[in-house]
Design a protein around this ligand. Structure first.
Ligand code: CAO
Length: 540
């Protein structure tokens, strides 16, 4: 009796696979659970075991082609069993799963060791620093359980697992950098919950996980479907690039969209070499491109060891991003910095008077909080300071919202969280907001949203010291206020020197859209508002 072996279910949302290797040929005698072919899905390479037994009459799958779930792979003649084989071995057309292979008959179950890989972390983020590993070997990990704490240039994130099971191996270390797509840990005896990690090549099949006992089931009626290479079924499965997991992984690591790579394998299959060739071509074409105005060629560093002992340490993500962002801002914005001083003697008296009231609400009334309020009014008065430049379209973008970024000094470096709608908040609310973001920044709890949408930045170094400095405009904003240490100094007033508390201010601005005269007018307005707070109430 002739029997067909069809490609079984391969897991949730997997309806086809690439045939890597056919492990049998016509004339072979195949037994239950013997591997028939090696296939590759997006998630894993799998050896598929036979659920039929007999003499192989026909092999319908073709190496290098795609095969759909349910398509016939081989046809066997049951009665043609060799002498030593059981004449009528109990067969079932239901699929048996080798214990060590990824899920076949039970979609989404992973009985093989499964790997958790570092998932996508957001646009332009391809790596993160591993701050803490929250699991250890032997732990039973549940789906959605936080497994590692990482830090990108944007935020500290607890990453939840998408697999469950007992942790058998941890593949990264605290303090290391982990790349998106990199294996993080392995589990055994669990289930993939969503977007399962790429499984390792399946070892040779062992005992079937689902050994059928009890009455022999009759094989279901033969299905009509024959092996259908997907190429002949346009529009069904051709949306994703046919790439091996290894090729996808390297593409991810190199920051390349695998769909843009031309595959040189059968049916355009993309190999690791294809990805590398694509990256090489991309790099060559970039080198040939003309420098983009602000591009500065890197000058090779001298060999410092000639002068003494050195130690090289990797930059943290925050440091790397700060370096890139500030280099870009410094090179692309024509900066001018305007210096001036505000007499905050009276304001200091008012600050001290109101400080207990703000403190009762749980915040501290500081110069920074007051400056945020004053700047919010100034942005309303001088709209070109609450703007961005679109040089491509030759347009200036004016914003009618007001969010102020505050440079915060943390032990991991500088970050600039944003307080939203500062024009609509009173100083107590701003103080509470400032306390919240400073605390979050220092406790590494800032989320990417906390860092977005700023219109203007204030950088107050006065709590530490300094007289003046030249802050760099926080692109795509167009101005930044640097604040240095307020100190008493003699000021000539009404024919005599009097001690006044003077606050040094440094306004850096983008000269493309702000002229020097505008900058002085803006800064003078801010200073007058600090010196005579009634100005805000009167002029708004
Ligand atoms: N002049 C004199 N004293 C100042 C001052 C100034 N410009 N600014 C703050 N102070 C005083 C405060 O009044 C406070 O004194 P008391 O404790 O006696 O009240 C003390 O310094 C500490 O202030 P603070 O830091 O707690 O509060 P803040 O709201 O003024 O500042 C923040 C908050 C987040 C801006 C600040 O903590 C910070 O991180 N500053 C560094 C910013 C930075 O690194 N900028 C550089 C960017 S470019 O590399």
């Amino acid at each position: 009796m002739r029997k067909e072996f069809k490609l079984p279910e391969l897991g949730e949302n997997i309806d086809a696979a690439d045939v890597l290797k056919i492990l049998v040929k016509a004339g072979d005698y195949i037994k239950h659970d013997e591997p028939v072919l090696e296939i590759e899905t997006d998630k894993a390479t799998i050896e598929v075991p036979s659920t039929v037994e007999g003499l192989i009459k026909e092999v319908l799958a073709v190496e290098g082609q795609k095969i759909k779930v349910g398509s016939t792979v081989i046809v066997v003649e049951e009665s043609a069993a060799p002498a030593e084989a059981p004449a009528a071995a109990p067969v079932t057309a239901e699929v048996s799963v080798p214990a060590s292979a990824p899920s076949v008959s039970e979609p989404a179950k992973v009985s093989a060791p499964a790997e958790f890989i570092l998932p996508e972390l957001g646009e332009n983020i391809d790596a993160a620093d591993v701050l803490k590993i929250l699991i250890k070997v032997g732990d039973v990990v549940a789906a959605d359980q936080a497994v590692i704490e990482i830090e990108t240039d944007k935020a500290t994130i607890e990453v939840p697992s998408n697999i469950s099971g007992t942790v058998t191996e941890i593949l990264i270390k605290e303090g290391q950098k982990a790349k998106v797509g990199q294996p993080v840990f392995r589990v055994s005896g669990g289930a993939a919950v969503s977007a399962p990690a790429e499984a390792k090549p399946a070892p040779a099949p062992q005992a079937p996980a689902e050994q059928k006992s009890g009455p022999v089931k009759p094989a279901p009626a033969q299905q009509e479907s024959k092996f259908v290479p997907v190429d002949t079924q346009p529009g069904i499965l051709t949306d994703a690039a046919p790439a091996a997991p290894s090729a996808r992984r390297i593409a991810r690591e190199l920051g390349v969209d695998v769909n843009k790579v031309t595959g040189s394998g059968p049916h355009g299959r993309i190999s690791v070499d294809d990805v590398k060739a694509y990256v090489k071509k991309l790099n060559l074409s970039r080198r040939e491109e003309k420098p983009s105005g602000f591009g500065v060629a890197a000058v090779p560093l001298p060999d410092f060891t000639k002068f003494g002992t050195i130690e090289r340490k990797p930059m943290s993500n925050i440091r790397t991003k700060t370096a890139e962002h500030l280099s870009y801002a410094w090179a692309s914005i024509p900066h001018v910095t305007q210096f001036d001083k505000a007499d905050i003697t009276d304001l200091e008296a008012i600050r001290k008077m109101f400080a207990p009231k703000v403190e009762a609400k749980g915040a501290k009334l500081t110069v920074t909080a007051i400056l945020i309020k004053v700047i919010s009014h100034a942005l309303n008065k001088f709209p070109q300071f609450n703007a961005s430049v679109d040089m491509e379209k030759k347009e200036i973008i004016y914003k009618s919202y007001c969010n102020i970024g505050v440079a915060v000094d943390t032990e991991r470096g500088l970050i600039v969280p944003v307080i939203n709608d500062t024009d609509k908040k009173n100083i107590t609310e701003i103080s509470l907001g400032l306390a919240e973001i400073s605390e979050k920044a220092r406790l590494r709890k800032i989320s990417p949203e906390d860092l977005q949408g700023g219109c203007f930045t204030i950088s107050n170094l006065g709590g530490i010291g300094g007289t003046y400095f030249t802050p760099i405009v926080n692109s795509p904003e167009v101005a930044i206020l640097g604040v240095s240490k307020g100190a008493y100094e003699p000021v000539y007033k009404n024919g005599e020197f009097v001690p006044r508390l003077m606050l040094p201010l440094s306004l850096s601005y983008d000269h493309r859209i702000i002229d020097g005269a505008d900058a002085i007018r803006f800064l003078r307005w801010v200073i007058e508002a600090l010196e005579q707070p009634m100005k805000i109430l009167i002029e708004g």
